[in-house]
Design a protein around this ligand. Structure first.
Ligand code: ZN
Length: 383
């Protein structure tokens, strides 16, 4: 079936304005396996959109050659609200100006609605359960009557994604190496191949029931929550859902976009959505580590940031990752406060040098294997 491009209109929030979500479908609607890929829910994070820009022509060609066995839905920029948030020549796309929501929070946990409608019919046959749960989740979404633009966006995007076998949400950080947030349920299962194929430098797994309701979190938690609620039923983890962080905001260029698209394509082949040979799985760059082992560096005082450790480097507990400098203090080295790593691990995310920092602002993240006492209870997906 040929590639199609469709538009979903969102309700107008102010007279004379209107926005829409554009999505592309490759392969036959309803075929399996189904993959869903979206980018730029944080609308000023565009490296994922660049990867999809390079991936889509590859999918059109595969479609023309009859190679798409399943269905692939691509939403290159899923958040037209955030895309429009221009202020003083800056684009601010992480938080909704109207309700101040983080765009990647408050996605819909459908497990309660699904349990209510089909919980009593879930049994020993995994395939039947998957079909029942997907149908009930789609029906729950179809029954929703969101009133505003952002709620409509969430409901409409999930109508495209909730029945997918693979749901990938493409983001980026400020200055970072390629990393991945996944559910613990998927490691070392299918997420391992994803991490290897896309070349993730760090992979962090969440607990199976994250409370922060990120897009990828709700897609994996739907299955985990139902499996916990109905232990006698055979409910597999039927959606591999992940947040891919495509490096930093400025890492948008053809070389990276093309390579990322090729890697995503190979992963889709490996999962049988596109026919062909995926070849040998690339070497995994790093084992996955728990979210509770992620050291988050917080700035203790206001000032300007200078880093000692480059992104992607391995650091040791006690190493100075960066320092914050009080520009009004004349005492030279005494005006500098070092911020020290509290674990051994990979410094996968930081800020660019020279940023202003303030007390409590996040200045780096390190993926470490050991659970950290100060991270207890902070297992929510990060982005
Ligand atoms: Zn993001």
């Amino acid at each position: 079936m040929p590639h199609s491009k469709r538009r979903i209109a969102l309700p107008s929030m102010t007279p004379g304005t209107g926005r829409s979500i554009v999505f592309h479908r490759f392969g036959r609607s309803g075929s399996r396996p189904k993959a869903y890929l979206q980018a730029a829910i944080h609308a000023n994070e565009l490296p994922g959109a660049m990867a999809l820009h390079h991936l889509m022509p590859m999918l059109i060609e595969a479609d023309q050659r009859g190679r798409i066995r399943g269905e692939i839905v691509v939403v290159p920029t899923v958040n037209p609200i955030g895309l429009s948030q221009l202020v003083g020549s800056n684009h601010l796309g992480r938080y909704d100006f109207l309700g101040r929501d983080n765009f990647n929070r408050n996605w819909l946990d459908l497990s309660g609605a699904v349990a209510e409608s089909v919980g009593g019919r879930l049994g020993r046959h995994a395939g039947d359960n998957i079909a029942l749960i997907r149908k009930a989740a789609l029906a729950a979404l179809a029954g929703m009557r969101p009133v505003n633009e952002l709620q409509t966006l969430r409901v409409e995007a999930m109508k495209l994604s909730v029945d997918a076998d693979i749901a990938l949400d493409l983001h980026c950080d400020l200055e970072a190496v390629l990393h991945l947030f996944i559910s613990r349920q998927d490691w070392p299962g299918p997420a391992r191949a994803l991490a290897a194929d896309i070349g993730a430098v760090a992979t962090l797994y969440n607990d199976p029931y994250p409370e922060s309701l990120t897009f990828s979190g709700v897609h994996s938690a739907l299955w985990a929550r139902l499996a916990r609620r109905y232990p006698a039923a055979n409910i597999p983890q039927a959606c591999l859902s992940a947040t891919i962080e495509y490096r930093g905001q400025h890492d948008v260029n053809h070389k990276l976009g093309e390579a990322d698209a090729r890697n995503l394509y190979r992963f889709l082949v490996r999962r049988g959505i596109i026919s062909g040979r995926a070849g040998k799985l690339p070497r995994l760059k790093a084992d996955a580590t728990p979210m509770g082992g992620m050291d988050v560096g917080y700035c203790p005082k206001p000032g300007m940031l200078v880093y000692h450790a480059p992104k992607g480097s391995r650091v040791r507990k006690g190493d100075a990752v960066c320092e914050v400098i009080d520009p009004g203090d004349a005492r030279g080295a005494k005006a500098r406060t070092q911020i020290l790593a509290r674990t051994d691990g990979i410094l996968f995310s930081r800020k660019p040098d020279g940023r202003l920092a303030w007390p409590g602002s996040v200045v780096y993240r390190i993926a470490g294997p050991k659970l950290l006492a100060h991270r207890k209870g902070m297992s929510g997906l990060d982005d």
